[in-house]
Design a protein around this ligand. Sequence first.
Ligand code: NI
Length: 201
Amino acid sequence: MSILKIARMGHPILRRVADPVPDPTSAGVAVLVQSMVDTMEDADGTGLAAPQVHVPARVVVYRVDPSERRGVSEGVPLTALVNPVLTPLTDEIAYDWEGCLSVPGLVGLVPRVTRIRLEAETPEGERIKREVEGFHARVLQHECDHLDGILYPQRMDDLSLLLFADEMRHGPPEKARRLMGLAPRSESGSDADEVEEEDAA
Ligand code: NI
């Protein structure tokens, strides 16, 4: 078990473009992936990209748990991708909250395309080519942005929707609800569970 130090916003490793991995099946990649998984699970994150642990390589790990709120009926098991390439398959944009282990304490409402093609290799030597949509597509876009030196606040179009996660207890901003296509808050407003989990990635 090896838990690595996580780089925070402002560290130069998070701004640079990560290098392609020549041999995804190498022992070095296997060790890196295991350490990334240990680090992600220790931090209770949804995903982690290698630059976040100070390694400038195109490797990401993530896991998507089933979530009614996020419209995820079946989750995605723990997955490691090497040299992933994403291609948008639609212009359709959806807004949802994102957090990031490199931007601790904050959450932001981020627009992302809703459907992408994923091409990648795995540490087991498989080649993946598939279409991905919804929250899974969001997680992949967030993680692959890390490989290009981009953090989620750079994808936001309204920085008034960048908040400290623990202030969400007051309820999300109305504008965020509108952008997410949710009904206005009711008077009784017990909708705190809409923002219950801001999976940090
Ligand atoms: Ni992140």
